[in-house]
Design a protein around this ligand. Structure first.
Ligand SMILES: NC(=O)c1ccc[n+]([C@@H]2O[C@H](COP(=O)([O-])OP(=O)(O)OC[C@H]3O[C@@H](n4cnc5c(N)ncnc54)[C@H](OP(=O)(O)O)[C@@H]3O)[C@@H](O)[C@H]2O)c1
Length: 345
């Protein structure tokens, strides 16, 4: 089985490419910049292909599965998925973007017909929270409301920041009665005990607002990120600036600045930091709560994405639109290095 890693020379893609080669997977590296793609492939001793994502269809000969690491995925997922459906190639990515999950879910039937899987979100966002959601649903199948929380220290890569800037003008998002519902940024807060006492947390439009619904069928989903109280006021004040972010030159300029100035977490932080996750499912009468601890977000992403590649290569029966937990089960996250859970209440 041959996997093609697209966006292989980015901060996250390169780490996944190195891990995949270390694990002995048969990989070909790809990207739109010839010098960077070939340079990394030569270093790792593997083949490479250079192409713009819009031309992917004619570059997937002999490829069984694509792992797309080129984000923002609102720009790259659609053309890469179209190429995968046309060529019978499985598609995985590391997006956390709600519109991308929704677009791919709409192509479920096309993927079934083509006999391939569409499995977005095989990084930190959404593997651990998706598995936590599935675990809570197993414990309380009648649940009508699901809340998930993430307490993650540390910094992000330029690509992640650029992707986040791309989504800022859409504000907050929750799922209500099965529908995605917008709300102003910073308008939803909660106090969450991630395991070491109460912490202030803010509602955030994380990928689970989309995926947890497909994984569990629970129609009301909220996701929170731990944040200091002043973040709430900053976000509310920033709300008045969001129309500016809808202006393409402003958004593009900020994204370019993020890519140029932000280098991503250093190795020490990736090895050291831990992330705490919390989830609660309720049917109005009963409540199930569980916690989970994982390695730092990029370290977890590298392990989870590479392991997902291995699993999809091993299992031809995974077809159609999938979330990590529908593809591999709720305990998938527990197979990854350094994950502690589920701690049930
Ligand atoms: N799910 C998760 O938990 C998780 C974890 C880590 C990262 N991510 C996401 O993964 C993405 C990449 O992050 P990163 O840290 O690797 O960022 P990065 O260092 O900026 O790398 C981005 C890569 O994508 C390529 N790319 C971007 N837009 C492209 C396009 N339109 N066509 C072709 N290639 C394109 C870039 O190529 P050029 O340099 O040529 O532009 C580069 O190779 C971000 O969206 C980030 O949010 C998600």
């Amino acid at each position: 089985m041959t996997a093609l890693i697209y966006g292989a020379y980015g901060y996250t893609g390169e780490r996944i490419a190195r891990e995949a080669v270390d694990r002995g997977l048969d990989v070909i590296l790809a990207g739109r910049n010839g010098t960077k793609t070939r340079g990394l492939a030569i270093q790792l001793g593997v083949d490479s292909r250079v192409f713009a994502v819009g031309a992917a269809r004619s570059h997937l000969d002999g490829i069984d599965v694509v792992l797309n690491c080129a984000g923002p995925f609102v720009e790259t997922a659609k053309p890469m998925v179209a190429a995968c459906l046309a060529t019978g190639t499985d598609y995985l990515d590391i997006t956390g973007e709600i519109p991308v999950f929704e677009t791919l879910a709409e192509r479920d039937r096309d993927a079934e017909d083509a006999g391939v899987c569409l499995l977005p979100g095989v990084g930190f966002d959404v593997v651990p929270t998706d598995c936590l959601a599935a675990h809570l649903h197993d414990r309380l199948p009648e649940a009508t409301h699901l809340r998930l929380g993430i307490d993650a220290p540390g910094s992000v890569s330029g690509g992640t920041l650029a992707t986040a800037i791309g989504q800022l003008d859409t504000g907050g998002m929750v799922r209500r009665d099965g529908r995605l519902t917008s709300e102003p940024s910073g308008s939803r807060t909660r106090t969450i005990d991630f395991g070491s006492g109460p912490k202030h947390a803010l509602g955030a439009p994380m990928g689970d607002v989309s995926t947890a619904y497909y994984t569990t069928g629970i129609e009301n989903v909220e996701v929170y990120l731990s944040a200091p109280e002043y973040a709430e006021y900053l976000l509310r004040a920033g709300h008045y600036l969001t129309p500016l972010l809808a202006v393409p030159p402003v958004k593009n300029g900020l994204q370019a600045l993020a890519r140029a100035l932000v280098s991503g977490p250093a190795e020490q932080a990736r090895d050291r930091d831990r992330v705490s996750l919390w989830g609660e499912a309720t049917d109005g009468e009963r409540t199930a709560t569980a916690r989970l601890q994982t390695p730092e977000t990029y370290a977890l992403t590298v392990d989870a994405a590479t392991t997902a590649l291995e699993r999809v290569e091993d299992d031809a029966d995974i077809t159609g639109y999938q979330t990590p937990a529908t593809a591999f089960g709720p305990d998938y996250v527990l197979e990854l290095d350094g994950v502690d859970g589920f701690l049930d209440e």
